[in-house]
Design a protein around this ligand. Structure first.
Ligand code: CTP
Length: 402
């Protein structure tokens, strides 16, 4: 959920500041863009350099440092943040934030941001339990801030009690949960096909295509995040299947994909066929490796079944079929005719000649054509973002049937 999110990580001066290094690292590994703001006291515990290296971004701390090529003025970070995480949040920081005191880069930015705030208090148990701190936490909560409760255990000051900064994974999960979309597809069975099929020529060679599976995997991940029971039928792909799937069915050929798809289809509410199915396969598969001393060879190809077309014929009321059309010319006309021929409800059309669109890219440029002829054009988006927009539309336009 954190992929592409801009997270501002505020680090204050507590012994747990070292754990914030791992928080920054995990956020970045999850795909977030991390901007760190340190207080003066935080720099007594961890160097700015550490956070700069881990986040890959300049670290902001001094209000009065000259603004360089990258605008680290507090207002810039306040505006760009999708969320703020203050970890560790000292008693002092909580007090200032609760009372609107703005006397350094972090507190000033906190006052200026409209982004959701997450505070992870960490301090000595008595300081944490002090009515002043508790009241400050209650004030922040009443304004909508999220408080990540401290863990209980051994504290650096030699005592035991509440006040430990939770493990970095817990902090990252709190943000991840926040960005998790609403379970708009709960109770729905979604079938996604992804990647290209491969059609064997002999035991070591095949006919394949350039599809990486990224678009289909992004759709499966997004549908699962929205609560759907997702079956992902995938041709060979180097990607790791997303978490939270109901079923992952790896296949190689179009015939295997057809079998896997037809087996589950009757129980499916929404089918999204992002796979690049090979239209042809060799008529015969050589039982042994073809040797080159055979000289010139001719491969005879026969047509593969059109899986989507078959689904279109079997479709029952309430089932939604979404196809993909990768084209190099006459995008809309070709896509629209596929929608009709295959009896689809939607078709996602992309012109694979456009930069950033199509195979093996992280982004895609697509149009969504509905059965009634309406066309929605999306800007260049990450495949995950596009998946989210497509699912928004597909579910919204079919609320009645869903
Ligand atoms: N598709 C399928 N089975 C096939 C071929 C394609 O299910 N044998 C699906 C793809 O998963 C995709 C859609 O059909 O969702 C469009 O595929 P495409 O190959 O572009 O369609 P064709 O009708 O084969 O069009 P053409 O070859 O004329 O471009």
């Amino acid at each position: 959920m954190l992929d592409g999110k801009k997270i501002v990580l505020g680090v204050t001066g507590g012994i747990a500041a070292y754990k914030a290094v791992e928080v920054a690292s995990r956020l970045r590994q999850a795909g977030a863009e991390v901007h760190v703001i340190m207080t003066r006291a935080a720099k007594e515990f961890v160097t700015e350099l550490t956070f700069r290296e881990i986040s890959g971004q300049p670290v902001a701390s001094d209000m009065w440092a000259p603004v360089t090529h990258w605008n680290v003025a507090h207002i810039a970070l306040a505006n760009l943040a999708d969320a703020f995480l203050i970890a560790p949040a000292t008693a002092n920081l909580l007090a200032k934030a609760a009372h609107g005191i703005a006397d350094d880069m972090l507190t000033t930015t906190l006052l200026a941001t409209p982004a959701p705030l997450f505070f992870a208090p960490a301090m000595n148990s008595r300081m944490y339990g002090h009515p002043a701190t508790q009241q400050n936490i209650a004030t922040l909560r009443s304004r909508g801030a999220h408080i990540i409760e401290p863990a209980t255990g051994h504290l650096a000051c030699g005592t035991d009690g509440p006040g430990r900064l939770p493990e970095p994974a817990v902090l990252v999960k709190a943000l991840d949960d926040f960005f998790r979309p609403e379970k708009t597809l709960a109770g729905k069975n979604v079938l996604v096909t992804a990647a290209g099929t491969v059609e064997p020529i002999d035991p070591v060679r095949y006919i394949g295509n350039r599809s990486s599976g990224r678009m289909g995997y992004a759709i499966a991940a997004e549908a699962a995040a929205r609560g759907a029971a997702v079956t992902l039928v995938s041709g060979p792909s180097s990607l790791t299947p997303p978490e939270g799937l109901k079923r992952f069915v790896p296949v190689e050929t179009a015939a295997q994909m057809r079998e896997a798809v037809l087996a589950v289809f009757p129980a499916i509410d929404i089918v999204i066929k992002a796979a690049a199915v090979a239209d042809y396969r060799p008529m015969t598969v050589a039982p042994n490796k073809i040797k080159k001393d055979a000289g010139e060879i001719t491969l005879r190809l026969e047509k593969n079944p059109d899986i989507l077309r078959e689904l279109g014929q079997r479709k029952q009321p309430g089932q939604i079929l979404v196809g993909f059309a990768a084209e190099t010319e006459n995008l809309l006309a070709y896509a629209q005719s596929k929608l009709e021929k295959k009896n689809l409800d939607f078709i996602v059309a992309n012109d694979v000649t456009k930069p950033g669109a199509g195979f093996n890219t992280e982004t895609n440029l697509a149009k969504l054509i509905a059965r009634n002829g309406t066309v929605e054009e999306f800007p260049l988006l990450s495949k995950r973002e596009l998946a989210a927009r497509l699912l928004d539309r597909i579910t919204e336009k079919n609320k009645a049937e869903l």
